[in-house]
Write a protein that binds this ligand. Structure first.
Ligand SMILES: [Mg+2]
Length: 305
């Protein structure tokens, strides 16, 4: 799998415009630069939709100083992992210890030496990129390279709360490969893995919106999360997935259809606070079971109320 790493973004926050200008000029060749000349503005950029990968933060600023900005950043989920390097005229060991105690990654004293700033920035950015990559990998299923169960579990919680707040329908499709045990027993696990990958990829290709998510739920089971999606539309998507898997034409001579097929259970809810995510999943699972019982290679869809 590939991850495209954009040019990292650095926020420079200092109340003296000359410092901002010198640092920005120095870092521009390798980074996207954002600037702020007070603590409030720095915090607004940190909490925006396009947060920086690193903050170079002056300590002495009027109204809100660098220590306060850092404390505020560490209290928010969205900004608590963004590394901060203090750049400051406060050069006492106590000041440095306080900054590091609050969670700064590094500390540079003024007047600063530009090659040292560059080297320290480069080190922190490298560390941040490794951490980000590990976080992404932790949410991907190693075999099929689609999102894993953990990713799905956190996303459905978010989408569930959003659906309650906005009063919008949330649809769920549970998918299971038919007679997969027989497939593995007869063709071997290596071929089984190939089948899992092909089914995962073609299922993902049927989803068109950024908000839709397909994940490996476990074994030969997949789940599709469709926010702001009616039952009728979810049923159509589920049937597209069923047909797409059928059109893969993967031989399975021990199955009734003589090829790899999937069964799908589809449910939809406009959730309220009295209901639970688990109850929707259970409903979709029951409908999947009905699809199996009624002959496999089928979609069974029902609203959940
Ligand atoms: Mg200052």
């Amino acid at each position: 799998m590939t991850f495209i790493l954009d040019k990292p973004t650095i926020l420079i926050a200092d109340d003296e415009p000359i410092n901002v200008r010198v640092l920005a000029q120095n870092l521009t060749p390798n980074y996207r630069i954002k600037t702020a000349t007070n603590g409030q503005k720095a915090l607004a950029i940190v909490n925006s939709d396009d947060p920086p990968d690193l903050v170079l933060l002056d300590i002495q600023m009027p109204d809100m100083d660098g220590y306060q900005v850092l404390v505020a950043m560490r209290q928010q989920d969205s900004s608590k992992n963004i590394p901060v390097i203090f750049i400051t005229a406060k050069d006492g060991a106590e000041d440095e210890a306080k900054g590091l105690d609050l969670g700064a990654m590094d500390y540079i004293t003024k007047p600063f030496n530009l090659p040292v700033v560059n080297a320290r920035v480069k080190n922190q950015i490298a560390l941040k990129q490794k951490t980000d990559l590990l976080e992404k990998l932790a949410l991907i299923d190693g075999l099929t390279e689609i999102p894993n169960r953990r990713h799905y579990d956190s996303r459905i919680e978010v989408e569930w709360r959003r659906a309650i707040k906005d009063g919008l329908p949330l649809s769920l499709v549970m998918i299971d490969i038919d007679e997969f045990k027989l497939f593995n027993d007869n063709y071997g696990h290596a071929q089984g893995d190939v089948a899992l990958k092909r089914v995962a990829a073609i299922t993902a290709s049927q989803l068109k919106r950024n908000s839709d998510l397909v994940a490996r739920y476990g074994g030969e089971e997949f789940v599709v999360l469709l926010p702001d999606c009616t039952l009728a539309f979810a049923r159509t998507i589920a049937d597209n997935i069923r047909q797409a898997v059928y059109s893969l034409n993967l031989e399975h001579e021990y199955a009734k259809a003589k090829q790899v097929t999937v069964s799908l259970g589809v449910s939809c809810i406009i959730p309220s606070r009295e209901q639970s995510v688990e109850s929707l999943q259970k409903k979709a699972d029951e409908l999947l079971y009905l699809a199996k019982k009624s002959g496999r290679n089928k979609v069974v869809a029902e609203p959940f109320n």
